[in-house]
Write a protein that binds this ligand. Sequence first.
Ligand code: KG4
Ligand code: ZN
Length: 333
Amino acid sequence: MKDTYIFAIETSCDETSCSIIKNGNIDVATVILSQIDIHKNYGGVVPEIASRNHTEAITLVFEECLKKANMTLNDIDAIAVTYGPGLNGALLVGIEAAKALSLATGKPLVPVNHMAGHIYANKFVGEFKFPLLALVVSGGHTEIIYMDEEYSFKRIGSTLDDSVGEAYDKVARVVGIPYPGGPLMDKMAHMGKHKYNLPAPKDDNSYDFSFSGIKSAVINLVHNEKQRGNEINKEDLATSFQETVVGILVKKTKKALKEYNIKQLLVAGGVSANSGLRKALEDVCNELDVELLKPEIKYCTDNAAMIGAAAYYAYKKGDRADLSLNPEPGLDL
Ligand code: KG4
Ligand code: ZN
């Protein structure tokens, strides 16, 4: 069978990335230019700055990717691009670049949902076995997705307010950890004790989540301790926060695995890099005899390789866009 090469572009937030993916699961070349150091100064991503930096970086990243793969656009079958969810101006830069490439080469344009990309980062680890569940935990989303066939998504639960990544970043900020605080909080969680009693976030029978309550509880705790002249132990706070948050994510996922009689679980999104979450999911999957796919750490946070992997299946299904493609910042799976 002839090989299929997808050229993928991802600019939905603060990473400018291009990738060439062969047959949906071979990473021929990936280039990621992160803007984290720029946004760190502001305590979070500033949308206007993100799109300006994407504009400056996109041509460079595109050329570097082709060079790394030692390929030209003649070798490519389709151009794929993230069209949502994400920041409007940031998405626009990738979309316009993809349209220009598609127009110049005559190659089809394949629109990809960023969250599908996160799920398909697992294609670099193993084959999907349906029906499966995906626990999607990122800076913008916290969802449990049911899939009974390739590239078909049914949401069975989601957060009613903040995402888990957002909660990590905000809690980190309150104790003076720079953006994005998730990775450092994860490291610190291994150094402390579960000393602070934080409210269990939406511990009910539904598959929905809520993280704004625990976020506010941490902010109040820090302020109250400060007023009393007490120092917060950051490591203990990180441990308490991580164990509480991971506890509810895993509890609801376990319930869903049983109810839907699932044999494979995928974890996806930036927070899938979290060591506490990975370990707790491994334990549950061992207990229930469910196979667990976890993306390689380099594919957990935003990158174009995952978009290329998802695009392969979108391309095979016949998903195509034309030059009227626009960003959809609130796009659902
Ligand atoms: O998927 P992602 O790169 O961007 C979105 O699509 O939103 O996720 C970024 C989020 C940030 O909130 C970051 O703090 C979080 O993922 N994150 C982590 C870890 N690594 C990244 N959160 C907890 N533990 C980690 N190890
Ligand atoms: Zn993402």
